[in-house]
Design a protein. Structure first.
Length: 203
């Protein structure tokens, strides 16, 4: 849990994408620190709920076979082969880009449906790259119980809003978006300048 929180925070400090497309390209020592957090978050943690853990592990294993340097495109192909899914939109949105990356901001609204369920509506703030492919957890907290809703935007979303119906008989007292730090997002309640800057260790 602490690693996920650290990777999430470091991702928001990045000045470059995991695969920078800047021209001229940045020197290696300039962006290696930037990929320390978003690298594992974007390429593995976020993909697990979208394509499954087995596919992620099989893709990584296939990617690591053989000798020599490997590319982001080779990793994408390995993950696509393992999952049977087209990951081009995911990689184009999250991984590739010019300049500092922009990440989505999520908001949530809840309403009871009168039948012992809660309607959970999760929205992404639009960006030039969005909507972002992802699955976002939202904890619903009642007076005596807590449950989790998963808003799955899919691998190639066309809409920035997802509605989920969750069995939950209590009134929702509070909500927590991405409480376990499984998606890189820009919180709506705090600016980046207010967040403590994390130390990035390069070995």
């Amino acid at each position: 849990a602490s690693s996920l929180e650290y990777w999430d925070d470091v991702s928001l400090q990045a000045a470059y994408h995991v695969r920078p497309l800047d021209d001229p390209p940045p020197a290696v020592h300039e962006f290696y620190g930037d990929v320390y957090g978003p690298g594992p978050m974007l390429l593995f943690v976020q993909l697990e709920p979208l394509i499954g853990r087995d596919a992620v592990l099989q893709g990584i294993a296939a990617f690591l076979q053989g000798e020599g340097a490997k590319s982001i495109d080779e990793l994408r192909v390995a993950l696509e082969t393992a999952s049977g899914e087209d990951l081009s939109v995911y990689f184009d949105t999250w991984v590739m880009g010019v300049g500092a990356p922009t990440y989505p901001t999520f908001t949530v609204e809840t309403a009871p449906d009168g039948n012992g369920n809660v309607i959970v509506t999760v929205s992404q703030e639009p960006s030039q790259d969005g909507p972002f492919p992802c699955a976002v957890e939202v904890d619903l907290v009642g007076a005596t119980a807590t449950t989790t809703a998963i808003a799955d935007f899919g691998l190639a979303p066309t809409m920035g809003q997802v509605e989920v119906v969750v069995p939950f008989a209590e009134a929702v007292v509070s909500t927590a978006i991405d409480p376990r730090h499984k998606v890189v997002d820009a919180p709506a309640t705090i600016t980046l300048s207010e967040r403590p800057r994390r130390k990035v260790w390069i070995f």
